[in-house]
Design a protein around this ligand. Structure first.
Ligand code: PMP
Length: 422
């Protein structure tokens, strides 16, 4: 059973076309930021008059806002199917969540990450001074699991953490999260799941996947108000230094007789949420969680898979198009797909999609430089990297970037069809 596209903002915006006339915006860049759900926007607007400071006021609106903020935490808890004792920390987005965790892991932890990760899940670990083992790009799920198994077996004793993505922001391909997690746990390693591209498309159960932490961004699940989530095990988070020092994270602060200031930090989410919390961001995320759950992930996924099939079938008929893939043509994916076009510079191609058809895609290396370079090295046809009319017969350089089309719960068939026509 599929469903109708969910109502989102932005599709009615009229885009002026280079050849004259206007057309409704075709948002095919959900992987960067998805459009806001109308439902999320309405919920936020309905709450706006009741907005007040969270955890910092005795007034009625402060009480309401505090309740709403804490209820939003519970909604996220339920949405992610967390375990007893897990906690939800509201952050700014996935990048912030993973940097928070990197700052919180015990000293001496060795981190394992595939070089194919988004920079947000690849870079925070070394940046926080941790040792990192970067695993080479695997070409199958089995290879990924075997590579992790071997690396963990060879690693010195001590605390370990695997950071892995649920769905690639470049190819859209799903990663074997449950198998990687079981392997990691067998070797005493914990796992954090970068679910930035998974949560918008799939029902995710932390309890079933058994990952220790999960991170995602509100603006990629139709809730563009500057909030994100880090959720999972409380022990490392409670034992760590607070991510930010400031109000709300403290239980007591007192001046000592020797002139110093003694701080007793809170435990629980408040420990890492210093400063006035983003209540609208958290509420918007909770609203999106409710909207997606009510629409039903079975129906949303059925619809999205139909769009993916339509897109892949259409692209397969265009011989100049090469779809990028790590795990091969049959691999399961979410509504994210990158490709290069023989004879075209990807930036010019994307600019033409916008100017001539009102279609918004992204071109580039998608904050996953090692992955895109790997994919382009083995897949890319030669392209002509000049402006002007493409001429596939000319010798050219390899493409240095790719084009990404990505979509989700709000995408009508017409956007995919317009893209294929373009
Ligand atoms: N991980 C993945 C897989 C992503 O796609 C992104 C965003 N492109 C991020 C992490 C970072 O998310 P944010 O920019 O919201 O912090």
């Amino acid at each position: 059973e599929t469903c109708a596209p969910l109502a989102v903002l932005g599709h009615d915006v009229q885009v002026p076309l280079a050849g004259g006339g206007k057309v409704g915006y075709a948002a095919l860049d959900y992987a960067a930021s998805s459009p806001a759900l109308q439902r999320v926007w309405d919920d936020v607007a309905a709450y706006a008059p009741y907005y007040g400071s969270v955890h910092r006021g005795a007034g009625y609106l402060s009480q309401l806002s505090t309740d709403l903020f804490e209820q939003s935490r519970l909604t996220v808890e339920e949405f992610l199917d967390l375990r007893e004792g897990d906690q939800v920390v509201f952050t700014r987005a996935t990048t912030d969540s993973l940097n928070l965790l990197a700052a919180a892991v015990p000293a001496g932890t060795r981190v394992f990450a595939f070089e194919t990760e988004h920079h947000a899940s690849l870079l925070p670990w070394a940046h926080a001074g941790l040792s990192v083992t970067y695993l080479r790009a695997p070409r199958s799920h089995a290879e990924a699991v075997a590579a992790l198994d071997a690396a963990l077996a060879a690693a010195p004793e001590g605390p370990r953490l695997l950071c892995v993505t649920g769905a690639s922001n470049v190819t859209g391909e799903l990663w074997p999260v449950a198998d990687l997690t079981a392997t990691a746990h067998r070797h005493g390693a914990r796992v954090v799941l970068d679910a930035a591209q998974l949560v918008p498309h799939h029902r995710v159960s932390v309890a079933e996947l058994d990952v220790d932490w999960i991170a995602f961004s509100g603006h990629k699940i139709y809730a563009p108000f500057g909030a994100g989530v880090l959720a999972g095990r409380a022990d490392w988070l409670d034992a760590a230094e607070p991510y930010l020092a400031g109000g709300g994270a403290t239980r007591t602060v007192a001046r000592e007789t020797d002139g110093s200031v003694a701080v007793e930090w809170r435990t629980g989410p408040a420990r890492h949420e210093a400063g006035s919390p983003n209540v609208i961001g958290a509420y918007a995320i909770a609203s999106a969680c409710r909207a997606l759950s009510e629409a039903g992930f079975d129906a949303l996924e059925a619809r999205e898979q139909a769009l993916i099939a339509r897109l892949k079938a259409g692209l397969a008929e265009i011989p100049q198009v090469r779809v990028l893939s790590l795990f091969g043509p049959v691999s399961a994916r979410v509504g994210v797909l990158s490709f290069v076009v023989q004879g075209w510079n990807s930036s010019h191609f994307s600019a033409a999609l916008s100017a001539e058809y009102g279609i918004g895609v992204r071109d580039g290396l998608f904050c996953a430089h090692p992955l895109v370079r790997t994919l382009l090295n083995d897949e890319a046809p030669a392209v002509v990297s000049t402006c002007g009319a493409p001429d596939p017969s000319l010798p050219g350089e390899r493409s240095l970037n790719a084009i990404r089309v990505s979509f989700g719960a709000g995408t009508p068939d017409e956007h995919i069809d317009r893209f294929l026509t373009a």
